[in-house]
Write a protein that binds this ligand. Sequence first.
Ligand SMILES: [Zn+2]
Length: 447
Amino acid sequence: MKISYSILVWLTLFTSIVKAQNNTPVSPCSADEILARHLENNPKALLEIEDNEDFTKAFVKQIVMERAKNNAQQSTAQYTIPVVLHVFHFGDDGKIDSAQVQSGIDILNTDFNGLNDDWNTIDPEFDSIKGTLGIQFCLASLDPNGNSTPGVIYYEDSLAMLNIPDLFQYAWDNYKYLNIYLPKYTGGSPSLFTAYAYYPSTTGSNNNAGGIFYSSIRWGYGSHSELIPGQDWASVGTHEAGHWLNLRHTFQNGCDSPGDYVDDTPPTLGGAIELSGCTNNDLSCIVSTNGENYMDYNHDCKKMFTEGQVDRMTAALNLPSRITLWSPSNLAATGCTTPAISILELVNSNSIMAYPNPAKDHINFQFEQIQAQLSIYNAQGKLVFDNAINGRSIKVNTNDFGKGLYFYYSTIVSKRISGKFLMKRSLPLYIRHILFSLPIGESLLGR
Ligand SMILES: [Zn+2]
């Protein structure tokens, strides 16, 4: 009953937060409130969440021990998660376009991989424990019937736009896709909060009752988004994906053990305190608070997960309700196939230098040895560059690469090397096409 009690405590706090803010849309996440309601109706799910805790504890202990034994860094394993977005709109109202959809996906991929702009400005006190999870969220290109799909499904429905009916009825198999539901408002109009998500459980997945619910006006940047490009609020998506991968708020259980079940996140009362803005060291539990953590309620300084949180998410990816999603067979079935890279195949990516990163109109690759092949994939797993390299360097024209996260792969002898870089557009696409009306290189296979 420990968990349900703490949920009740935080539900009370959450309610007071909302009331205190005079009905302005201030709360970034209402996972505690929704989960409390969900678990009340699903005692089986509550038991499973407690069992998951035992698995997680043992799994994390094991990987931490192995790391210490081998004096190794945190794993650079790559995971791919097929995603389907369900967009609910009424006419143009709430009908976010594909560019805005992609923008939200890019933010997820950027944040999880430590490619966010403010990654290098983290408080020195917490910089040494920041961690990245090598994960790509990939818009599915094959639907459950094996037919082609853009990975975004639109539903014209004025009530669904307000998240009023049960949106789970539209779910795709939870064991194969991360379902992200994008009504315009998550809790009536105007929305008092932005999003909520469900923790891993087979009880939920068996009923296709999991995923992330998110107000589309705060998903990414674009014509239907109320966010200004660069605004930190957009990283609430990263916070929700953290919940989906079994992370709790850093202020879970307040100053009391077991806190958020992660060893390296300091306890904090967080929540109400952080809602007023970015306060990195509120000392609410005497020790400094990691206010820059994605799982806090801060608005203006979302920058990092800790290594402990990354370990916990890695454990979550191995739970029965998540492990099927990134299996090679599922990636093939959902059209999210990327080159299969195992941890053992990866070598130190310092063997390749890629710069500038983030890139704009070009990126240079410099190799320690003469390479056989260089391949670049976008975050959807589409091959955008593939070429044999003569010599030790190459400049790749990226004018036709869209904004977002890219992965490169190369080969030294029999070892594969991988890395990633971020593309930023310096000018709108149509202007760049006028300025850089150069022919696309023969080796450029797509966008
Ligand atoms: Zn939350």
